[in-house]
Design a protein around this ligand. Structure first.
Ligand code: ZN
Length: 111
């Protein structure tokens, strides 16, 4: 069976406060990185309006929205729960991708 469809053997533990702080720091760092990228891409787009730069800009904007939505979920205390099945998402999966909204079982194919 592909990894994504393997049933979870044990329930994920709720995040500890230290893990929450770590993930918050990661999200903050990603947010700053995306804002810098968007600024640089916007300058490039202004100089050279190509579809490639436009597509790149749109992709970074989507990633920024994902990060901001994860920050909102953190404030709302819903962060770390799968959007589809509401099961807890394991810390190591959040650490690998802090903006993750689904558990491995519910994760739709990446866009
Ligand atoms: Zn799920």
């Amino acid at each position: 069976m592909p990894l994504a469809y393997r049933p979870q053997t044990s329930a994920a533990e709720p995040l500890t406060s230290i893990q929450r702080v770590m993930l918050r720091d990661l999200l903050d760092a990603m947010w700053r990185e995306h804002v810098v990228d968007i600024t640089n891409l916007a300058v490039r787009f202004h100089e050279n309006e190509t579809p490639e730069v436009a597509a790149e800009l749109a992709a970074v904007r989507r990633r920024l929205v994902d990060v901001e939505s994860a920050m909102d979920r953190m404030d709302a205390r819903t962060y770390g729960h799968c959007d589809a099945c509401e099961r807890l998402i394991a810390f190591e999966h959040l650490e690998a991708r802090p903006s993750r909204r689904y558990c491995l079982q519910c994760q739709p194919p990446t866009r």
